[in-house]
Design a protein around this ligand. Structure first.
Ligand code: NAD
Length: 456
């Protein structure tokens, strides 16, 4: 018998019931449930009210400090010029410099970038990192660009926003569609253009760099490692044992594939995976390493069912069958807002550990609450990436490099402490885990504003 059938899920103590906060009107946010930014801020305001966060701080946090939008031309391989649109949103820097990834994706829009920047503020505060929140991106399809085009897009984008970022002011990092190579081009361009010219210190402007130019060991797997660290801390109280646990993963990119591979090392069995190319299932357990190699080679999980050797036994399934696969844990690790009401009804899992940012809509969340499915929220679960980014920044600042074991141990300490902070808030305020994580984050930001005051 699997752990899924043996054990009982902890029922969320209080289902999330939110009325529209007057703060949303005060800062001019639309009365539109489908607006991602309004949704994201509403959850924070609900937590802020429970915590008793001063109204002026709620108002400040409800909008980003700066929204930068740029257009820049790039020469394509065929000699034509194309105009690209880029964003950098700086949400809050009350407790440290703005920090957050750069996304290259065709669906990058201002509201999404604002939401992701906002989530970074919350994530850093919950993890007690001395950073605020930011996010940026370029509206483009990196898969359709040659390496040369990708490099020119990155360098021109860096040039367009270089006045607004800096090693102690706003520090980007990789996100969907960007990687260590993109960070290397960004850092190189920034260094060449900045007042810090010829100073290695300018390279601190981004984290997630290749190790050869100051990147940290352990950064690539950090978010997946953090997902597993949080689950090891919190799942035992739901009755789930990691050894033998059945789990499924939505998205098999950086976060999804590392989460799966690390869970597999702890004896968990990957039942099903879905990405933008299709969905596969193997109730005996998918080979996580072989699947990672397949995705690397073919760009997605599709076709793995035809792979020979250890891949044999996997079957192709539909989207609905993927969600309905019976598991102990589901890790959404693809894009935002993929779990709506319908998917939340389909899901046959005891616990959701959000690897992606904002993967669950409020309607999906309500279904999970009604069904007693515990959700470990993204601002806790996926904070491993920014935590190791912080370690990279600290190593660069102090001219040292940590070994992989030091990084892993420090990451584990941060993740466990963030999980315990969330659990303590959940017990103190008798609320669901998402609200608890926001409360624990807001406590930190609230203290920052209390001592700094609001200028003038
Ligand atoms: P990635 O680009 O490496 O992977 C994204 C995955 O999502 C891919 O497997 C892709 O196939 C899948 N996907 C895209 N569209 C899909 C669709 N319509 N249906 C099913 N699958 C789809 O990105 P990543 O770095 O793994 O990031 C994933 C999520 O985690 C994002 O929300 C990102 O913001 C968040 N996140 C990433 C990090 C990090 O360190 N990489 C840190 C924190 C949060």
């Amino acid at each position: 018998m699997s752990t899924a059938t043996k054990t009982k899920t902890t029922k969320p103590v209080q289902a999330m019931q939110m009325t529209r906060s007057p703060v949303l009107d005060a800062v001019g946010l639309p009365d539109d449930d489908s607006n991602l930014y309004t949704q994201t801020v509403s959850v924070m305001l609900h937590a802020a009210e429970m915590l008793g966060l001063p109204l002026e701080v709620q108002i400040i946090l409800a909008q980003p400090k700066n929204e930068i939008m740029v257009h820049f031309p790039v020469r394509m391989d065929n000699g034509d010029y194309r105009l690209f649109k880029g964003y950098r949103v700086q949400h809050n820097n009350a407790i440290g410099p703005y920090k957050g990834g750069l996304r290259f994706h065709p669906d990058v829009h201002l509201d999404d970038v604002k939401s992701l920047a906002f989530l970074m503020t919350m994530k850093c505060a919950l993890a007690r990192l001395p950073f605020g929140g930011g996010k940026g991106g370029v509206k483009c399809d990196p898969r359709a660009l040659s390496q040369g085009e990708l490099m020119r897009v990155t360098r021109r984008f860096c040039s367009a926003i270089s006045h607004a970022v800096g090693p102690d002011y706003d520090i980007p990092a990789p996100d969907v569609g960007t990687n260590a190579q993109v960070m290397a081009w960004f850092a190189d361009t920034y260094e060449a253009q900045s007042d810090h010219r010829n100073s290695w210190d300018a390279m601190r402007v981004v984290t997630g760099k290749p190790v050869e130019i100051g990147g940290s060991l352990g950064r690539e797997k950090a978010t997946g490692q953090g997902v597993v660290d949080v689950c090891l801390e919190l799942l035992p109280e739901t009755g789930i044992k990691i050894d033998g646990m059945k789990f499924s993963v939505l998205g098999y990119g950086n976060v999804g594939s590392w989460t799966a591979r690390i869970f597999a090392k702890h004896g968990a069995k990957l039942q099903a995976v879905m990405d933008h190319t299709g969905a596969i299932r193997n109730e005996k357990g998918l080979d996580t390493e072989l699947l990672a190699e397949h995705v690397q080679k073919h760009g997605g999980v599709a076709g793995f069912e035809k792979a020979t050797g250890k891949g044999a036994g996997a079957t192709k399934v539909s989207i609905e069958e993927f969600y309905k696969t019976q598991v102990d844990l589901l890790v959404p690790a693809a894009l935002e807002q993929m779990i709506k009401e319908e998917q939340a009804h389909w899901i046959n899992a005891k616990v959701i550990a959000e690897g992606a940012n904002a993967p669950t809509t409020p309607a999906g969340d309500r279904v999970f609450n009604e069904r007693g499915i515990e959700v470990i929220p993204a601002i806790l679960t996926n904070s491993g990436g920014v935590t190791v980014s912080y370690f990279e920044w600290v190593q660069n600042k102090s001219c040292v490099s940590w070994d992989a074991e030091e990084v892993d141990q420090a990451l584990n300490r941060h993740m466990v402490m963030a999980a315990r902070r969330t659990r303590a808030a959940k017990n103190k305020y008798s609320c669901d885990m998402r609200t608890a994580a926001y409360i624990a984050a807001l406590e930190n930001i609230g203290k920052g504003y209390a001592v700094r005051g609001i200028f003038p």
